[in-house]
Design a protein around this ligand. Structure first.
Ligand code: ZN
Length: 259
């Protein structure tokens, strides 16, 4: 590692649990971030600052004035530009030592699977259930660890699905997909700006832990925050053995596509 990197990442390298070895893992890592909005903004900024070497930022929206109250990756000068490209510029301005690829597209199932297979980890920073379930299916199929966050009004939640592990639940185990679910969207419901910073920062923290191999990941635990009362709660949950998404996946490390 050269002097500039030793200096840039010094406060992470000083951490015994992380060190030069952990930093090198971060520099070698590739992370797919789905959504460059309220959650994707803080998560991507922290991962870029931490030197996660290759980020793929996906979003098909453009920056609107009503985004800027919370989507801190974007600025007034970026109004009307694709969020993925506005985000890419901000991340490279923060850290030119990394590679950032911007993808201005709404990913279908097949594309998600390709991008998940290329990634060491996926951050779900999207804003709707259909995409969340599609991301989960892609991560289950490719056994890619998934860090999923959500926030609305004053409530947020985060969990980690380490789909490399046979005992890890998937997103569907916790939130089965239902047709009749009424979806709350920030666009119509409102959300407190800094709450997204709290949740997105927890996502970045869990991503760094998984990539560098330290600590205990938030697997099988759902962390929730109520910002109005400023209370955090953790509930534990297990893999659903009857889950239609993850129950019949191929065994890990089988070395062949037997499933
Ligand atoms: Zn499942």
């Amino acid at each position: 590692m050269d002097d500039a990197r030793l200096m840039r990442y010094a406060r992470h390298i000083l951490l015994d649990e992380l060190g030069v070895e952990g930093q090198e893992r971060l520099l070698a890592a590739r992370v797919l971030i789905v959504g460059a909005g309220g959650l994707g903004s803080p998560a991507a900024l922290y991962l870029a600052a931490a030197g996660v070497g290759r980020l793929v930022l996906v979003d098909d929206d453009v920056v609107e004035l009503s985004n800027l109250q919370r989507q801190i990756l974007h600025t007034t000068a970026g109004l009307g530009q694709p969020k993925a490209e506005s985000g890419r510029r901000a991340l490279l301005a923060l850290n030119p030592d990394i590679q950032v690829r911007a993808r201005v597209e709404r990913l279908d199932e097949a594309r998600l699977r390709v991008l998940a297979a290329e990634a060491d980890l996926v951050l779900d920073c999207c804003d709707n259930f259909a995409t969340r379930h599609a991301i989960n299916r892609a991560c289950v199929a490719t056994r890619t660890p998934l860090v999923s966050g959500a926030a609305i009004k004053f409530s947020g939640q985060v969990s980690v699905y380490d789909l490399r592990r046979d005992d890890s639940p998937c997103y569907y185990c916790l939130f089965p997909e239902a047709d009749d679910v009424e979806e709350l969207r920030c666009a119509t419901t409102g959300v407190l700006g800094p709450l997204l910073g709290m949740v997105g920062s927890v996502q970045a923290t869990e991503a760094i832990k998984l990539l560098a191999g330290l600590g205990d990941p938030l697997v099988g635990r759902l962390l929730s925050v109520d910002a109005l009362r400023m209370q955090w709660h953790t509930i534990r949950f297990k893999r659903d053995p009857g889950c239609p998404v993850c129950a019949r996946r191929a065994p890990a490390a089988a070395g062949c596509s037997g499933g």
